[in-house]
Design a protein around this ligand. Structure first.
Ligand code: 5GP
Length: 181
């Protein structure tokens, strides 16, 4: 376990060691397994950041369940209406299903809110939200989260699936940005 890492031009320091992350994931997986025992849930991992978290928590679930992955794409609309959001990769009919969204991190909550809004349109029976990391001080949206791994300060983090300019996703520990000066 390294105390400090450098990615491109930035320095990061150890914030959440892998053992702590894995212990918390085991706890949440057990809770979810109990809560959704007879609900035949469909887990939906939100790409890219959640791919490692989604795999780890899914393996620790004690119920058999299904999993798929989605990506939220936002682009400028052709009209003056501004940003248009679209879910890429939804190839399962989720109508009437019990959905569990797996997110790596909720910062302002904008991504999660848009994802929920789009999923609601497909009329699932229920939507639950799991996020490994949550930044309560920067969340602007009033979203109910059912399972939170860790509340963290409003500081940029990398590792365990999270990137800085595309790099750093492979670290097993989670690191936070060292602010210069
Ligand atoms: P939002 O502000 O919409 O809640 O977060 C948008 C996205 O920004 C997240 O899904 C994540 O991909 C990225 N993000 C937010 N905070 C961090 C962070 O501290 N580190 C990294 N690597 N990505 C972040």
């Amino acid at each position: 376990m390294m105390k400090r890492i450098k990615i491109l031009d930035k320095e990061f320091e150890l914030s959440l060691p892998a053992a702590k992350v894995q212990k918390r994931i085991r706890e949440i997986a057990e809770e979810i397994s109990n809560d959704l025992k007879d609900k035949d849930p469909l887990f939906i991992g939100i790409l890219n950041g959640s791919f490692i978290f989604a795999a780890d928590i899914f393996k620790k679930m004690s119920i058999d369940a299904r999993i798929t992955f989605l990506k939220l794409e936002s682009y400028q609309g052709t009209e003056s209406s501004g940003r248009v959001e679209q879910l890429i990769g939804l190839n399962v009919d989720i109508k009437g299903m019990n959905i569990v969204i797996l997110e790596d991190i909720v910062d302002t909550g904008t991504t999660l809110q848009a994802t929920i809004n789009l999923l609601v349109g497909y009329e699932p029976a229920s939507i639950r939200v799991v996020t490994l990391l949550f930044k309560p001080d920067s969340c602007k949206n009033d979203i109910h989260m059912d399972y939170i791994g860790f509340n963290i300060p409003d500081n940029f983090v990398v590792g365990y699936g999270l990137d800085y300019k595309g790099f750093g996703r492979g670290y097993e520990d989670i690191y936070s940005l060292v602010n210069e000066g």
